[in-house]
Design a protein around this ligand. Structure first.
Ligand code: PMP
Length: 398
């Protein structure tokens, strides 16, 4: 029995060794500070160039104060699922705020964006339904498709001709069709072609689901995200996302019609069987959304910083994926080179980890930089100088 266990462990070790050989083994790093422009990682001060805390709200004094206040009043944990004992007025207030922001009738919270996607797709798409999914969608959408019993077809990344063809080919064959896309693609930083997606969804009577994890708080006149950016509020059936990025807190959400939300309340297993979000993060989220909606200068600074870094990297000859968001993908190629690049950057004082397969396709390993609204020009100049130095040293640029 014991020998058997050892053999099984040995097979795991072998697999890990193989990952190591290909530069794909993952390990954790210990960060000793909050997600601020300068962080301390394992004792070393570094410039943080890879956080999703885009607006710096995770450490904003007013956001922190609201979280502390809620903890003082309600404690640290909600103590039960929403449907049993955990439903606070704070949760309802946050749901109403998200719905108003996103321009939908209702919204529902989940513990995180991952669970919002998994719960929503697996509840709404079942046997006899079809999900059409962009090939670069986030893993949580992919896992939602896998968990649902629906047929899934993957269309080429942002390729509207391919999607259109698939809609034509499958017309009338399925009960419900759901088109699923990221609003801003998390590893590439480009924005989905939502006007075309909306029009195809309307033409074929399909639902459109947009995961705007990276657009929320960043794009649109009030920061409501990619749907608002294109002036399409009210024309997307399901807006999914997370408050763990620009909103600096935690919690997934789905915004949509009253009927869809009531259905999810009854059918989304990752909602029904999870403990309600803790009061502190809910209160923090409410304050963060308030700041985003009333202080657009923060968002403008973020986008201006993104342009600055993007243009600087381009001027040195780095190959970037085109985009206009704070996610800047610097293409390196092989996983091992990307890891070396990232290590050298870190030695030079910049923290921007390499992103490798299976998160991105083979040969497309990259340094995924993200800027913050709170980065100073001096910090961005420092990052640019280190990129240039390491890029030349490793032959990525000439
Ligand atoms: N969707 C996308 C596009 C994401 O990038 C992420 C986070 N990596 C998620 C969903 C999951 O969100 P959360 O971290 O709140 O689970």
């Amino acid at each position: 029995m014991f020998k058997q266990t050892l053999t099984q462990e040995e097979s795991l070790t072998k697999e890990l060794d193989l990952l190591e050989q290909h530069g794909l083994r993952r390990t954790l790093r210990t960060v000793e500070t909050g997600a601020e422009p300068e962080i301390v990682v394992e004792g070393k001060k570094l410039l943080l160039l890879s956080t999703n805390n885009y607006l710096g709200l995770a450490t904003h004094p007013r956001v922190k104060a609201k979280a502390i206040e809620a903890v003082q009043q309600f404690g640290t944990g909600s103590g039960g699922s929403r449907l049993i004992t955990g439903n606070l007025r704070l949760h309802e207030e946050l749901e109403q705020t998200i719905a108003a922001w996103k321009g939908t009738e209702a919204a529902q919270l989940f513990s995180c964006g991952y669970l919002a996607n998994v719960g929503t797709i697996s509840a709404l798409a079942g046997k006899g339904d079809l999900v059409l999914s962009d090939e670069l969608n986030h893993a949580s959408m992919i896992d939602g498709c896998r968990l649902s019993k629906a047929a899934t077809m993957v269309y080429r990344h942002v390729d509207m001709d391919d999607l259109h063809q698939k809609l034509r080919d499958t017309r009338g064959q399925y009960r419900r069709t759901l088109i699923a896309t990221d609003g801003v693609f998390s590893m590439d930083g480009n924005i989905a072609p939502l006007p075309e997606l909306v029009s195809l969804a309307e033409q074929y009577g399909a639902w459109l689901m947009v995961d705007d994890a990276h657009g929320t708080g960043v794009l649109g006149d009030t920061g409501a995200g990619s749907v608002e950016h294109f002036g399409l509020s009210g024309r997307v059936h399901l807006s999914v996302g997370t408050l763990s990025k620009a909103c600096g807190a935690e919690s997934g959400y789905v915004a949509g019609s009253q009927t869809v939300i009531e259905y999810l309340l009854n059918r989304a297993r990752s909602f029904i069987f999870q403990t309600a979000l803790s009061p502190g993060v809910v209160a923090a989220s409410l304050e963060a959304i308030h700041i985003i909606r009333t202080e657009p200068a923060l968002r403008h600074q973020l986008l201006s910083n993104a342009r600055y870094l993007r243009e600087g990297l381009k001027s040195y000859g780095f190959r970037l994926i085109e985009g206009e968001t704070p996610i800047i993908a610097v293409l390196i190629g092989e996983a091992k080179t990307a890891v070396r690049f990232s290590r050298r950057l870190e030695e030079a004082g910049v923290y921007a980890p390499a992103i490798r397969p299976p998160t991105v396709p083979e040969g497309m390993s990259r340094i995924r930089c993200t800027v913050m609204a709170t980065h100073t020009t001096a910090q961005l100049d420092f990052a640019l100088a280190q990129f240039k130095q390491v890029g030349q040293e490793l032959g990525v640029i000439s």
